[in-house]
Ligand binder design. Structure first.
Ligand code: SF4
Length: 357
């Protein structure tokens, strides 16, 4: 069955005409889907009953089913969705109130707005050992329609407008390049969220970073670096054995040159693994000529048997201080933790219902 989410106005016009409806009906449907996040043909009250019945018979508004919706004590919400093929994916909605998060979450979340963190794949092949999604293995790429639908579904259930999108949920977005790119364009043009409020986070897929630099998009690109040495990063972000640290930083420099956009470096702080002051110094030297912000991320444990522990706050402070000394002028922030109690925080998305202990 044809999902209408992901179709632009021209495509909707062709579809309604194929169904024998008047062309102008497409504009009405388009408005219901993208401006009102409508999920039910029966709510499209300016369409005739006959038109609604025909649409119900031949198409669907989307294909995801909501399985659970959990709300954290800090207001963060986690949504578990089921795809039409029975797989589970997760999305997270974070509310930023009276806080200037201009330096966090890719630098684009205005205060008092919702930011949606969305998934791009079912599982992930990169298999970072500290990430719950990485333990699931890779199942498949999500379609552009399934990616956009996560935003519209959450918007449908929320009162406040989603103003910011981060591709930081399950999956490596650049390993699903075409669908992610299509979804960005549709989110910009149809859902109406500006590209400057969209962040794509990658583990460092160099050929796709190069491709993205030529797309003339003004999105923010974030690199999940997590270690400043090849030896450490080969372990924490296994894709590093293919695209090592220096090469990926060079590809970011090219990206900045071509797009004139500052990038974000993400670094999860793991006790005794990547948080030595030597690594801070190496990181500072590595990125001193890169136009970037740095986001230090407190680690969120996924399991009681978890071999990783978060760095204590004193170490994070020291790491940040040494880093600052070696890459002057960069903004270095420590990401504020969100949704930890429902396992909606960074690295915790593993299609489970969060424990509220
Ligand atoms: S951190 Fe990102 S790239 Fe690594 S396994 Fe998790 S989802 Fe995949």
């Amino acid at each position: 069955m044809q999902s209408l989410i992901g179709l632009n106005l021209n495509e909707l016009e062709s579809l309604v005409q194929e169904l024998g409806l008047e062309k102008f009906r497409a504009k009405q449907i388009y408005k219901w889907i993208y401006s009102k996040s409508c999920r039910d043909f029966d709510e499209m009250t300016d369409l005739s009953t006959k038109a609604r019945d025909l649409l119900k018979e031949k198409s669907s508004i989307g294909s995801l089913k909501l399985v659970t919706r959990e709300i954290s004590s800090d207001g963060t919400e986690k949504f578990l969705f089921e795809t039409s093929q029975g797989e589970k994916i997760e999305s997270v909605l974070m509310y930023f109130e009276n806080v200037n998060y201009s330096e966090d979450e890719g630098g684009n979340t205005p205060p008092g707005r919702y930011s949606a963190c969305i998934s791009s794949q079912v599982g992930c092949a990169v298999a970072c050992p500290f990430c719950a999604t990485g333990t699931l293995g890779f199942k498949r790429n999500l379609s552009a329609s399934e990616i956009i639908e996560q935003v519209l579904f959450m918007q449908n259930l929320s009162e406040k407008r989603i103003a910011n999108i981060v591709y930081m949920g399950q999956g490596e977005p650049l390993n699903n390049y075409d669908s992610v790119l299509k979804s960005i364009k549709r989110i910009r043009e149809d859902v109406g969220i500006g590209v400057r409020h969209i962040t794509v986070s990658t583990s460092g897929v160099i050929p796709k970073i190069e491709a993205l630099a030529t797309e003339d998009l003004q999105i923010t690109l974030a690199l999940s670096l997590h270690d400043s040495t090849d030896q450490g990063r080969d372990y924490l972000v296994p894709i590093n054995s293919k695209w090592p640290v220096f090469e990926v930083i060079d590809s970011l420099k090219d990206y900045v040159r071509k797009t004139k956009r500052r990038v974000t470096i993400e670094y999860v702080m793991l006790d005794g693994v990547n948080d030595s002051l030597d690594k801070a110094k190496i990181l500072g030297e590595l990125i001193k000529d890169l136009h970037c912000n740095v986001n230090l991320i407190p680690y969120n444990s996924t399991d009681v048997d978890d071999p990783f522990k978060r760095s204590n706050s004193k170490r994070v402070e020291e790491f940040s201080k040494v880093l600052k000394q070696h890459c002057k002028g960069k903004t270095i922030t420590v990401r504020k933790e969100r949704g930890h109690d429902i396992k909606a925080a960074c690295g915790q998305l593993a299609n489970s219902v969060g424990s509220k202990t």
